[in-house]
Design a protein around this ligand. Structure first.
Ligand SMILES: Nc1ncnc2c1ncn2[C@@H]1O[C@H](COP(=O)(O)OP(=O)(O)OP(=O)(O)O)[C@@H](O)[C@H]1O
Length: 70
């Protein structure tokens, strides 16, 4: 009985990272200033590509004016 409970716990999917309403999954690409991850809008179920910017690199290359928060 005890063994079954432990196995169940181990086989549960890992808790995914959350950013606001998005459940963040695997990395699908990388660019010079950003990492792009697969994510799901938990309110609508819509799959999206989530771009995570490297703030240091953006500031270093004076690209802040090209970035808009959505
Ligand atoms: N909307 C998207 N859907 C799926 N994959 C994407 C999407 N946007 C970006 N990617 C993936 O993430 C990678 C990195 O994207 P990003 O826009 O950061 O850089 P890049 O424009 O390709 O390269 P660089 O920043 O070096 O000019 C892309 O090459 C692509 O593989």
């Amino acid at each position: 009985m005890k063994t079954v409970e432990i196995r169940r716990r181990i086989s549960q999917p890992k808790v995914k990272r959350r950013v606001g309403k998005y459940e963040v999954g695997r990395t699908i690409g990388e660019g010079t200033f950003a990492k792009v991850k697969f994510a799901i809008n938990s309110e609508t179920g819509e799959p999206v590509a989530l771009k995570i910017l490297d703030k240091e690199e953006v500031l270093k290359h004076k690209m802040a004016e090209q970035i808009r928060r959505k």
